[in-house]
Design a protein around this ligand. Structure first.
Ligand code: PLP
Length: 418
C-alpha cells in the first residue's frame, strides 16, 4: 500500500484495518470468501480504465484488443467449468445478472414463480421492495412445515394454478440440495422457462461437491464471490437457444460498459476452480458445514431441516431463548461474524429473527477442518447462549481469546515469511 499510504492515509488505513478485521476473527457469513492474491491482482489492474461496450470482437470502442482476450478467456473457461452452451460474464453482480434474466424472458406484469424470501429466497425473486416484485407478478412457494425443505407439491400446484412464464429455484438460505429434475418436470408441464439462481452454491457445483443445475435449467445466474471465491460480481450461463436473448438483456438492456478488470479476475477464478485443489476445497466446505451444524445442534441451537448438504446451515434459536439479533451481536462481541436470519414460519419480525445462518467458505479457505468446526460450534454456542453484546463482558473476552488462538493457527491471507 506504499504509494496509497503516502497520498491518502485515511483510505489506506481502512484497507489495513479491514485486513486486520478479517485476520482477527472468525468469518462465518455464508455468502463471503477470501479471494486469492491472483484474483485481487487482476481486480486492481489497469483493465479498470477501459471502456468496452459490446462483446469480444464487436465493441463500440476502439482499443479493445487486449480486454477482448480477457473476456474470451473468461467465457471459454466458464463454459468449460459448467459444461454450458453459452456464458455471459459481464453482469456486475448477482442482482444485475438476475435483472438481465428478467429482461430476457419477461415483460412487465408477467408472472414468475419463486421461493419466498422468509423461506430462503432472495430479494430479487419478486419481493415487493425490489424491481422484481414491483414490475412483475410474483407468486411464491415455500418449505414444508415438517421437513422444512422445499414443498415441491406446492410448487406444482401453484405452477398449474398461475401458469408462470418463468419458474425460479434457488435462494440465500437453503441448506439442502434442490431437486432440479423435479423443477424441470414441473416447468415442462406448464410450458415455463426454468431458471436457477445458483449464487450461493455454484462454487460447490464448480468443484463437483454437489450436482449441477446446468443440464436441467434453461438459464443459471450466479454471483462469483461466494463459495466460488472469485471477484465480487455475477455471470449467467444458458442453453444455446437463449444466448442471444441473454446477451442483449445484459448489454444494452441493463448495463453499459463492462468492468474489464473484474472480468479478467473472473477468468483467473474460473481457472482456479478447475484445479484438483479447488475440488478438494469444495468437498471440505461441505464436510465442515455438516459438522458445524451438528455441533451447534448438540448445544440446543437446532439446524433447520436437521442439517445441511451444502456450505451453510440455518439455525433455530428458540430452544435457547435467544433472538437472531442478540445472537449476532453477542457473536460479534466475541470476534465471530455471522448473521441473524429468519427461519421458515418465524414468529419474529425479519429485523429481530429467530435464527442465525452460518457458512464455512471462509474458514475452509483458511485450512480449517472438521476438528476445528467442533471447536467453532462450541465457541458460537458459548457466545450466543452465555455471552453478551458488550465486548468487555467476561464471556466475550473468554471466547475472543480462543477465537484469536484459532485464527492465528489458520491465518486468512497469511503474512509473507521473511
Ligand atoms: N441471488 C442470491 C441467491 C443471493 O444470495 C444474492 C446475494 O447474496 C444475490 C442474488 C445478489 O447478489 P449481489 O449481492 O452480488 O447483487
Amino acid at each position: 500500500f506504499g504509494a496509497l499510504e503516502a497520498f491518502d492515509p485515511e483510505v489506506a488505513g481502512v484497507l489495513v484495518s479491514e485486513l486486520d478485521r478479517l485476520r482477527g476473527g472468525l468469518q462465518l457469513i455464508a455468502s463471503e470468501n477470501f479471494s486469492s492474491p491472483e484474483v485481487l491482482t487482476a481486480l486492481g489492474s489497469t483493465l479498470s480504465n477501459k471502456y468496452a461496450e459490446g462483446y469480444p470482437g464487436r465493441r463500440y470502442y476502439g482499443g479493445c484488443s487486449e480486454v477482448d482476450k480477457a473476456e474470451a478467456l473468461a467465457i471459454e473457461r466458464c463454459k468449460t467449468l459448467f459444461s454450458a452452451d453459452h456464458a455471459n460474464v459481464q453482469p456486475h453482480s448477482g442482482a444485475s445478472a438476475n435483472q438481465a434474466v428478467y429482461g430476457a424472458f419477461l415483460k412487465p406484469g408477467e408472472t414468475i414463480l419463486a421461493m419466498s424470501l422468509p423461506h430462503g429466497g432472495h430479494l430479487t425473486h419478486g419481493t415487493k421492495v425490489s424491481f422484481s416484485g414491483k414490475w412483475f407478478d410474483a407468486v411464491h412457494y415455500g418449505v414444508d412445515k415438517d421437513t422444512e425443505d422445499i414443498d415441491y407439491a406446492e410448487v406444482e400446484r401453484l405452477a398449474k394454478e398461475h401458469r408462470p412464464k418463468v419458474i425460479l429455484a434457488g435462494g440465500s438460505a437453503i441448506p439442502r440440495l434442490i431437486d432440479f429434475a423435479r423443477f424441470r418436470a414441473i416447468a415442462d408441464e406448464v410450458g415455463a422457462i426454468f431458471w436457477v439462481d445458483a449464487a450461493h452454491f455454484i462454487g460447490l457445483v464448480a468443484g463437483g461437491a454437489i450436482p449441477s443445475p446446468v443440464p436441467h435449467a434453461d438459464v443459471v445466474s450466479f454471483t462469483t464471490h461466494k463459495v466460488l471465491r472469485g471477484p465480487r460480481s455475477g455471470a449467467i450461463v444458458c442453453k444455446e437457444q437463449h444466448a442471444a436473448a441473454i446477451d442483449k438483456a445484459v448489454f444494452p438492456m441493463m448495463q453499459g460498459g463492462p468492468q474489464m478488470h473484474t472480468i479478467a479476475a473472473k477468468a483467473v477464478n474460473f481457472k482456479e476452480c478447475a484445479t484438483p485443489e479447488y475440488a478438494a476445497y469444495t468437498q471440505q466446505v461441505v464436510a465442515n458445514a455438516k459438522v458445524l451444524a451438528e455441533a451447534l445442534g448438540e448445544k440446543g441451537i437446532r439446524p433447520t431441516t436437521g442439517g445441511t448438504d451444502t456450505h451453510l446451515s440455518l439455525h433455530d434459536l428458540q430452544g435457547v431463548l435467544v433472538t437472531g439479533v442478540d445472537a449476532e451481536a453477542r457473536s460479534d462481541a466475541a470476534g465471530i461474524t455471522l448473521n441473524k436470519n429468519a427461519i421458515p414460519f418465524d414468529p419474529q419480525k425479519p429485523n429481530i429473527a429467530s435464527g442465525i445462518r452460518v457458512g464455512t467458505p471462509c474458514v475452509t479457505t483458511q485450512g480449517m477442518g472438521e476438528d476445528e468446526m467442533r471447536t467453532v460450534g462450541a465457541l458460537i454456542a458459548r457466545a450466543v447462549v452465555d455471552g453478551d453484546a458488550d465486548p468487555e463482558h467476561a464471556v466475550s473476552r473468554e471466547v475472543r481469546a480462543q477465537v484469536t488462538e484459532l485464527v492465528e493457527a489458520f491465518p486468512a491471507y497469511p503474512r509473507p515469511t521473511a
